[in-house]
Design a protein around this ligand. Structure first.
Ligand SMILES: [Fe+2]
Ligand SMILES: [Fe+2]
Length: 284
């Protein structure tokens, strides 16, 4: 890497750290994390903290009751969501709800891409028989958050990246790397560090375009990578470029997926996407 490249990365990392327009996220997520570090903390206490922000808790409940999780009965309180879905899933939903407006403002179609990738991540995890499908789904939901920061805080670079995608027929992350020497995956990683997110969310955010480099959560990262391509191929949402990235053979093989698994994944995914329309409409 050149010195200029290194300087750019340091400057961009600083830029992410000083972003002021993500106010509720560090506050409430940090508070929840602190509360949960204490083994004595009950789900009801965490629930009370989230419920203090009524708009936020309404958004979280809306997602908890969406087709994502396919619950047979309605989840009516945050405490109940914590008991049924678990802490990490609810924390991911809090985080997503906190930045919902920003995701929508950043790039037309990115919110739909994010919830589509979440549903596809859950579908791949379910087809593989994993018992952590909900957690992997949240990783899919957050995977492109770096693009939100880029779009809202680095508009000049964003314009250059968009032109490069069109003129050079390259993928969005390749154009980012050519323009800035880093891409939204690395911005996502810096956000994850800043917000103290677990590696099960941080590594897919960083490496969903290079899943073969994942060391800590390789399977979760591979699932989000495959889900990203599936949902682009489906044509649900928009991720900043018209291309469908090829699926990494290493990721596919690591998960021991076979060609016959793809129709099963699509069968699980199709009804979920049809029922997620309530989350794609304006407001939350
Ligand atoms: Fe991405
Ligand atoms: Fe994506």
């Amino acid at each position: 890497m050149t010195t200029t490249g290194l300087n750019d990365r340091v400057a961009a990392k600083r830029e992410v750290r000083r972003i002021k327009n993500l106010p509720t996220v560090p506050g409430i997520v940090a508070k929840i994390s602190r509360l949960v570090e204490n083994p004595e903390t009950s789900a009801a206490e965490v629930g009370r903290l989230i419920t203090q922000d009524q708009v936020l808790s309404a958004k979280v409940l809306r997602m908890a009751n969406s087709a994502f999780f396919g619950m047979s009965r309605k989840i009516s309180s945050i405490a109940q969501a914590l008991m049924i879905l678990g802490f990490d899933v609810v924390k991911g939903l809090v985080l997503t709800s906190s930045v919902f407006d920003m995701i929508q403002k950043s790039m037309a179609g990115l919110w739909e891409h994010s919830i589509g990738c979440a549903a596809a991540s859950g579908a791949v995890a379910t087809a593989l028989g994993r018992d952590d499908a909900e957690e992997i789904l949240v990783a899919g939901l957050l995977h492109d958050l770096g693009k939100v920061v880029l779009a809202l805080n680095m508009p000049e670079e964003m314009d250059l990246i968009k032109s490069k995608v069109e003129s050079d027929n390259v993928l969005f992350y390749e154009a980012e790397t050519a323009v800035m020497d880093f891409h939204h995956g690395e911005i996502g990683q810096w956000l994850a560090e800043h917000w103290n997110l677990p590696e099960s969310l941080a590594e897919p955010m960083r490496l969903h375009h290079n899943p073969e480099r994942a060391m800590v959560q390789p399977e979760c990262t591979a699932i989000v990578h495959i889900a990203d391509s599936i949902i682009r191929g489906w044509g649900f949402g928009y991720a900043g470029d018209p291309w469908v990235p090829p699926i990494s053979p290493a990721a596919w093989e690591m998960l021991k997926l076979k060609g016959k698994d793809l129709p099963e994944i699509l069968n699980i995914l199709e009804p979920k996407l049809a029922n997620l329309s309530e989350l794609t409409q304006s407001g939350s």
